[in-house]
Design a protein around this ligand. Structure first.
Ligand SMILES: *Cc1c(COP(=O)(O)O)cnc(C)c1O
Length: 465
């Protein structure tokens, strides 16, 4: 393909994208594809001769698009959203075009410097104290793994990387039972082990970790000769939005000299609204590491996960490695690949710069506020359906409910709803019972889209009950 052809196809695909977005409401939200159905339509072996772009594009429409679930659909209420606001898509196209590998300052100074400034814009937007720095990662899972490795190294006097963990006893990490599975996995791969990830009981309307039980677990571990290493708190857990009371947990961490990580992957975006900060983030300043995903609720195209660090030194002492071929001369610059596990890195900050400049914080705040308001309205409407039960009240824009009947009936309703295609919801478990989750947060969703959940649930329930 030559560059003139590239330019023509670029225009064609931009027009295709605009049309796709304008007609999204007409499509079923979730792909109705059977396993293997898409693969069966593709050629079994790679072509020996090049093909025309128009043939490739036609097959994309015919074979690929029917197998896509529409995450940008305004009636997507499953999982958590993965928004891609148009200015962030445009920034990604520029990044794709220049295609730089931004591992070191000198491999693209602009990428490093825009990233530093975007971290500070977001620090201000989220009301975090001056002094927090940070890095953009691919996922919250990677940021959490970085934090857990830092806990491990800090608790072993930074000897784990060199000596391994053999003979170092049991390192212990504490969190509530409502954390995301990425915390379990981080403890697996960091060599801490599932048995040393201590899940503390939760209570109250926010399903928050019990600080008394937390301190007792730490004391018991010390008495047993174990080594407490860190605490992971959550704002907006994935299941039902569990949110810990941050101040008391941090106080315990300080008392026992433990490293703290806060997982706010989804809910962090809402902290651009001061009222949610007052409500959820009292006591946040001082957490050693905080992760949030602007790619979920804020509108930055996937992937974009921001990890704030109160002091970057412990994470750098854990992850920095400098073979000869990565040495750069002279001046003190930031080399972000030293802050993370992967070496290579994309220029992820550009989409934040485009997004925040294009909308301004006020617009982004009002979208999130609307989502929270409409969620409460929808929750009240579902509550009024005969025999339906609200299992967890809205935490920001997430709540869960049950229809009449057993767990199997909940799954039947979810499956029937998703087969219908007007909306997309997913199930979860809470206190041993199956629940149906509603997570509002698609960038362009309107009140009618949210209230469509009520109508659709009512309709589909009539057909399966
Ligand atoms: C989505 C989510 C994660 C995982 O995020 P990735 O970026 O996909 O790794 C972790 N924790 C919470 C609370 C989440 O909502």
């Amino acid at each position: 393909m030559d560059w003139d052809e590239y330019s023509e196809w670029g225009k064609h695909i931009a027009a295709w994208g605009a049309e796709y977005h304008k007609t999204l409401r007409e499509r079923p939200v979730r792909a109705a594809t059977k396993p293997g159905e898409i693969a069966a339509q593709l050629d079994k072996a790679p072509p020996m001769q090049g093909e025309d772009m128009s043939a490739i594009m036609a097959d994309f429409e015919a074979f690929v698009m029917p197998g896509m679930t529409h995450w940008q659909h305004p009636r997507f209420f499953a999982y958590f959203p993965a928004n891609a606001a148009p200015p962030s898509m445009l920034a990604e196209q520029l990044v794709n075009t220049v295609a730089a590998q931004c591992m070191l300052w000198q491999t693209s100074p602009a990428a490093t410097e825009v990233e530093g400034v975007m971290i500070d814009w977001l620090r201000q937007a989220l009301g975090l104290a001056e002094g927090y720095t940070g890095v953009i990662q691919d996922s919250a899972s990677s940021a959490t793994l970085s934090a857990v490795l830092t806990m491990r190294e800090r608790a072993t006097g930074f000897t784990g990387n060199r000596e391994g963990l053999s003979g170092k006893g049991h390192l212990r990490v504490y969190c509530s039972g409502e954390v995301h599975s990425s915390i379990d996995r981080a403890c697996w791969v960091a060599g801490i082990g599932q048995d040393n990830l201590i899940k503390i009981a939760t209570n109250g309307p926010r399903i928050a970790m019990d600080p008394v039980a937390l301190e007792k677990a730490i004391k018991d571990d010390l008495a047993a000769g174990h080594t407490p290493a860190g605490i992971i708190a959550v704002t907006g857990g994935t299941g039902v939005g569990a949110s810990d009371d941050l101040g008391p947990i941090l106080a315990i961490a300080k008392k026992y000299d433990l490293y703290t990580h806060l997982d706010a992957a989804w809910a962090g975006s809402a902290m651009i609204c001061p009222e949610f900060r007052d409500d959820f983030w009292t006591g946040v300043d001082g957490y050693d590491s905080i992760v949030f995903n602007p790619h979920k609720w804020l509108g930055a195209q996937f992937d974009c996960s921001v990890q704030f660090l109160h002091d970057a030194a412990p994470q750098l002492n854990t992850l920095k490695i400098e073979p000869e071929y990565l040495k750069t001369s002279g001046e003190a610059v930031t080399n972000y690949s030293e802050w993370t596990i992967p070496l290579g890195r994309r220029f992820r900050a550009l989409k934040l710069w485009f997004l925040i400049r294009s909308y301004g914080l006020e617009d982004l705040q009002s979208r999130i506020r609307n989502h929270v308001t409409w969620t409460q309205e929808l929750c009240d409407a579902i509550r009024a359906l005969e025999g339906f039960e609200i299992v967890t009240e809205p935490i920001l824009s997430l709540f869960s409910f049950r229809c009449p009947g057993d767990d199997a009936m909940q799954q039947r309703l979810v499956d029937a709803l998703n087969d219908d295609g007007r909306i997309y919801l997913t199930q979860g478990m809470f206190e041993g019972r199956k629940i149906i989750r509603v997570a509002v947060g698609q960038f362009d969703c309107a009140r009618e889209d949210v209230m469509a959940v009520h109508e659709t649930v009512q309709d589909i329930w009539e057909t399966i009950r």
